[in-house]
Design a protein around this ligand. Sequence first.
Ligand code: COA
Length: 154
Amino acid sequence: MEYCVKKAAAGDPRELFVELSDLDRLCVGAEGWSADSFESEAAKDNGIVLYITENDRISALICGYSAVGEGDITSVAVHPDFRRRGLALRLISEFEAMLPDDAEDIFLEVRESNSAAVSLYEKCGFKAISIRKNFYESPVENAIVMKKSITCEV
Ligand SMILES: CC(C)(COP(=O)(O)OP(=O)(O)OC[C@H]1O[C@@H](n2cnc3c(N)ncnc32)[C@H](O)[C@@H]1OP(=O)(O)O)[C@@H](O)C(=O)NCCC(=O)NCCS
């Protein structure tokens, strides 16, 4: 099926941010972001909010930002009906392509028990670098901090 990758921006309809929040919360529960959070992240100069639509329905999203010399992924969510079709891989690749030229690394945190996401990130080239004890709430759980180096060796 044809799909389309889009970047959310300031001024997009409120309904878009509500849909992104609904998808995030469907996928990760209460810790998913609110519509306000998606809207304010999309409005920031360094914010990157990308989503995939198929037949006018949002099937996947990625959210993050760039900081000095790095990118940070804060959320990746794919609707259960659309999983294992490479959508998360595609969004991570698009996120990487949007980072400024001086970005050297991408960082993210993932729940220790989230083996699907850990496999996804490993497939994208991320490596575990440390553990943040009790980083998550409800349920309390450690986070694995993962990093991908994106500097080209010349
Ligand atoms: C994790 C998640 C984003 C993956 O999205 P997806 O679009 O299904 O992933 P992709 O199709 O791009 O998968 C790419 C690779 O990741 C790995 N992977 C993805 N889902 C997996 C699963 N359930 N079990 C094991 N490996 C998995 C595989 O290596 C897969 O490649 P393959 O299909 O060729 O085997 C999705 O399951 C999701 O939204 N989960 C709930 C939210 C979440 O946990 N987000 C991450 C928070 S840090």
